[in-house]
Ligand binder design. Structure first.
Ligand code: DQA
Length: 147
């Protein structure tokens, strides 16, 4: 029997994690984050559909394609602060959407304080680094179990 799928969507510049401003974003690569997500979800009985794109339209399409997932973890990178289109696509998600940011965006530049996604998110996790993705998967698993 196929296991339920949690989608994990990553936005621009997250493909260069590990190399990108390591003092801000740390040394783990996106492949490391993906391994973490798969291991954590596996322990909770879920499969993971893990994606990354630097392109807003591709993220919109990914959010549409993943709308039937039991939940969506999204780190939209800078599109968090700009993209109504991504927000509208995520609004079609049938399961909970959990917004993740590696950094504490509220302790950074003012333009990072507003998110177009938070209003529709079931939870928002900031400043926990890659572990935030695990927290987000746990939050979705808890909600799925309660549904
Ligand atoms: C980020 C925060 C965003 O403001 C930034 O544009 C990113 C990464 C984070 O994970 O902390 O690309 O989403």
């Amino acid at each position: 029997m196929p296991r339920p799928v949690i989608a994990v969507l990553n936005g621009p510049n997250l493909n260069l994690l590990g190399e990108r401003e390591p003092a801000v974003y740390g040394s783990e690569t996106l492949a490391d984050v993906e391994r973490r997500c798969r291991a954590h979800a596996d322990g909770l009985g879920f499969d993971v559909d893990f994606r990354q794109s630097n392109h807003e339209g591709d993220l919109v399409t990914a959010a549409q394609e993943c709308r039937h997932a039991v939940g969506i973890v999204v780190n939209a990178g800078a599109y968090t602060h700009t993209s109504i289109a991504l927000r509208d696509a995520l609004a079609m998600a049938q399961g909970p959407v959990v917004e993740v940011h590696l950094t504490n965006v509220h302790a950074r530049e003012a333009f990072r304080h507003h998110s177009y996604l938070s209003e529709l998110a079931a939870a928002v996790i900031v400043g926990c680094g890659p572990q935030g993705y695990e927290f987000a998967i746990s939050a979705i698993a808890t909600r799925v179990a309660a549904a």
